[in-house]
Design a binder for this molecule. Structure first.
Ligand SMILES: *[C@@H]1O[C@H](CO)[C@@H](O)[C@H](O)[C@H]1NC(C)=O
Ligand SMILES: *[C@@H]1O[C@H](CO)[C@@H](O)[C@H](O)[C@H]1NC(C)=O
Ligand SMILES: *[C@@H]1O[C@H](CO)[C@@H](O)[C@H](O)[C@H]1NC(C)=O
Ligand SMILES: *[C@@H]1O[C@H](CO)[C@@H](O)[C@H](O)[C@H]1NC(C)=O
Ligand SMILES: [Ca+2]
Length: 739
């Protein structure tokens, strides 16, 4: 290859895909040279590096080995990148020849053999110096290969080819299974084919289970089609996350005209999860009631990804990442109606949860119906939420991202939202009315496009003027709950678009981001710090100025007392990026009384409700300055209010509003003794995007006996089975009623 700098070739998957398409020869089988990872390993993407040269498997010496060399190895094996490498036979000592020594790679080589070395077979090393490689779990898209002992067979792609009558259905769930080998699509001979193999294929395509199909029509079709069989058969156990992990079976006897010994091409049929079922069965689906799930995903941007949470004794908790692997992750994915797992994530990559860690050292066979049936250690001592496990699941190809586009932005992650609609029999791109357009709607757009979370929703987009191909406003009155998979699942006006300001200057826009913050209120702190205080009104002028007292205070005698329910709140950022106020410092508001800037007009709502949910004490909308009061060990504080500092909350830090600061209360002067609900909502208007809003509500029971006040049973939204996800819609109606 000509002198491309190594950095140009580094692992952007897009770049690599296009490379792959340009040079298909690299993916085809070269029987004289092959690589594999073996030895005492726990995962398919790590192991002792072994090379097959001159008809014999051997190892590679660790002298001068580098991450660049590991990258060459991993990409050659079909992984997107290398994570690390290990010296001194970490995965055990190999046998046979040490084929390569003093390997020097730039990182851009297509094959390990293209790297400089002493030459094949020239080495002064012992097997105690055998090198090991850890690849990233993610595989190069559209690239699958199948390993067995001694042979390394690679194919460029795998597909389910729907028959003509099934082709228009979305998703495609059934068809002939074909592999692309040396540039040609080939059928697979059904010799030795099992339902376990089908199960693995279905998992790869985003479906939880395989099913039987009617062979009649397929036999007819197959007899008419030209036969071109792949020469191998596969033998999966059924618990593999992908075809690449299955073994090869017997070679297919290809006699005469490649007849597959009188067999037929393999047909695979899959049953989609309920969220992806073809719409024909909608009537049936509505009638079907979902049982209380035992497992859920939180904090992920895309459908089918997130932190794994399990329900135990009515309380949701997390899973520790010790021994967390693709097999366990696949059990979670299938249980939730997705396919197998693409990735098993460790180290709280999907943000940290709250509450207990319910499972540790999970070990699954891969055939369990639920993660809760796998073996695990209940003892989770030593596991913190920094080790919360997560998953990314395979989901069916629904084509959602083809019905929406962003145009006019400075980069592919932002722009005016355009929707593909059918009118008078032809397809048009049209814009979306920005009236009522907010973070929730933007979230759905970014998810539908596969671009992550929304970072901003724009109501004015004149600076992203379209290229003239749009056809005016085609959608208006959009209101999303945040759980929708596509924008057209949100509430919106029907055929009769109503957009008084028009869609030119005021077309809806978004910008998307791959990470988001996640604020969570620490519920026990509220419970521990609640108390009453009586204060003379004359000592509360600042608070009155900021509307922190109930309306009766305005006509009250200045010498009278106000009764305040006080408490501390501690707000953590458990997400993946810093929480920053939406407005820049130039639009922050100076509060002379308290002598600091408020960067968000409404940051929290404090309310007391009767047990039937009506408001009893006038709570208030509090606004504060945002800063890192404390951080977890090893994390640097970055935001402080003093001296017009930058405002925000760093990931892993929290902002504390102590019970004794002004406005950190509810004025209950007019409240009668009784039992109530106390509710705090943070970021209530979704002004700043977060990866999870369900945990932004905190509720407690409260008892007032006329002299004292207690709060108890404080918990954040969605943490108990009893309030499942009801708190989320509740939050929405609450927000709307505040307009
Ligand atoms: C598949 O592999 C298993 C062992 O892993 C073996 O017992 C079985 O006979 C194989 N099946 C076929 C059809 O080759
Ligand atoms: C099968 O292959 C033979 C030669 O290998 C050829 O003569 C014959 O025409 C082929 N038959 C069909 C149906 O393609
Ligand atoms: C589409 O059809 C409607 C009537 O069905 C008509 O009023 C309208 O002008 C047509 N639009 C275009 C762009 O042809
Ligand atoms: C809710 O309770 C309050 C008193 O706690 C009562 O005044 C109100 O009528 C009740 N509302 C409904 C709808 O039951
Ligand atoms: Ca949150």
């Amino acid at each position: 290859m000509p002198s491309l700098s190594p950095s140009l070739l580094l692992p952007s998957s897009l770049l690599f895909c296009s490379l792959l398409l340009l040079c298909p020869s690299m993916a085809s089988s070269d029987p004289s040279f092959a690589l594999r990872l073996s030895g005492e390993k726990r995962k398919p993407h790590e192991g002792r590096l072994e090379v097959f040269v001159n008809g014999e498997w051997g190892t590679v010496c660790d002298d001068d080995f580098s991450l660049s060399a590991a990258q060459v190895v991993c990409r050659q094996l079909g992984f997107i990148d290398a994570e690390s490498w290990a010296s001194r036979a970490k995965y055990g000592q190999g046998q046979g020849r040490i084929w390569l020594d003093n390997v020097h790679c730039l990182g851009s080589e297509k094959s390990l053999l293209d790297c400089e070395s002493n030459g094949v077979g020239v080495s002064d090393c012992k097997h105690s110096e055998d090198v090991g490689v850890v690849c990233s779990q993610r595989r190069i898209p559209g690239f699958h290969f199948i390993r067995t002992e001694g042979v390394n067979v690679q194919v460029e792609d795998v597909r389910i080819r729907a028959t003509y009558s099934h082709r228009k259905r979305i998703p495609i769930t059934e068809g002939f299974l074909e592999v692309k080998d040396a540039g040609k699509w080939r059928q697979i001979c059904d010799m030795d084919w099992t339902m376990r193999n089908s199960r693995v294929i279905c998992g790869m395509y985003g479906f939880p289970t395989e099913k039987r199909y009617n062979p009649k029509s397929y036999k007819l079709l197959a007899s008419r089609r030209k036969k071109n069989f792949w020469t191998h058969s596969v033998n999966c156990s059924g618990n593999e996350a992908g075809l690449s992990e299955c073994k090869l079976g017997r070679d297919v006897p290809l006699r005469g005209n490649q007849t597959c010994s009188g067999g037929w091409p393999v047909v695979v049929s899959c049953a989609p999860g309920r969220a992806f079922a073809p719409s024909v069965s909608a009537g049936f689906r509505k009638a079907y009631r979902m049982e209380q799930p035992l497992v859920r995903l939180r904090g992920g941007a895309m459908i089918g990804e997130g932190r794994v949470e399990v329900l135990k004794n009515g309380e949701w908790g997390t899973v520790c990442d010790d021994q967390w692997d693709l097999r366990a992750a696949t059990v979670v994915c299938r249980e939730l109606g997705f396919g197998s797992a693409k990735e098993a994530l460790t180290g709280a990559r999907m943000g940290q949860g709250m509450g207990p860690v319910h499972m540790n050292e999970v070990l699954c066979s891969g055939f369990e119906k639920s993660l809760t049936e796998c073996r695990f250690n209940r003892e989770s001592t030593g596991c913190s939420h920094e080790e919360d496990a997560g998953v990314r699941c395979n989901i069916p190809e629904m084509g959602f991202n083809k019905r929406l586009r962003l145009s006019g932005g400075r980069n592919p992650l932002e722009g005016r939202v355009e929707v593909l609609t059918q009118r008078n029999g032809s397809l048009h791109w049209g814009s979306v009315c920005s009236e009522g357009w907010g973070t929730m709607e933007a979230m759905v757009v970014c998810r539908q496009l596969g671009l992550g979370f929304a970072s901003h929703a724009f109501q004015e987009t004149w600076y992203w003027q379209g290229d003239g191909t749009t056809d005016g406003v085609v959608m208006s009155g959009v209101k999303c709950s945040g759980a929708e998979l596509t924008l057209d699942q949100c509430l919106h006006h029907g055929k009769h678009v109503n957009c008084p300001r028009g869609g030119g200057r005021y077309a809806a826009g978004v910008s998307c981001t791959h990470t988001a913050p996640d604020l969570v209120l620490n519920a026990p702190v509220v419970e521990q710090t609640t108390y009453l205080e009586d204060r003379p009104l004359y000592a509360l002028t600042c608070a009155q100025e900021e509307n922190c007292l109930s309306s009766s205070a305005s006509s009250a005698d200045p010498t009278s007392y106000r009764r305040l329910m006080r408490f501390s709140s501690q707000i953590h950022n458990n997400g993946q990026s810093d929480f920053r106020p939406r407005a820049g410092p130039q639009s922050w508001i100076w509060h002379e009384c308290h002598r600091h800037y408020h960067s968000m007009e409404v940051f929290t709502h404090y309310d007391l409700l009767s047990l039937n949910g009506t408001k009893v004490a006038e709570g208030h909308k509090a606004s504060f300055c945002l800063e890192d009061t404390y951080c977890e060990e090893g994390i640097q504080k970055r935001y402080e209010c003093a001296n017009f500092g930058q405002q925000g909350i760093t990931v892993g830090c929290w902002d504390t509003y102590r019970h004794d600061i002004d406005c950190q209360w509810i004025d209950i002067t007019d409240l009668r003794p009784g039992d109530y609900m106390f509710q705090v909502v943070i970021n209530p208007n979704f002004e700043v995007a977060e990866s999870d809003y369900s945990n932004n509500v905190m509720k407690c029971k409260a008892r007032y006996d006329g002299h004292r006040m207690w709060t108890y049973n404080c918990h954040i939204g969605g943490s108990l089975s009893s309030d499942t996800d009801d708190s989320f819609p509740g939050l929405l109606t609450n927000q709307i009623s505040h307009r």
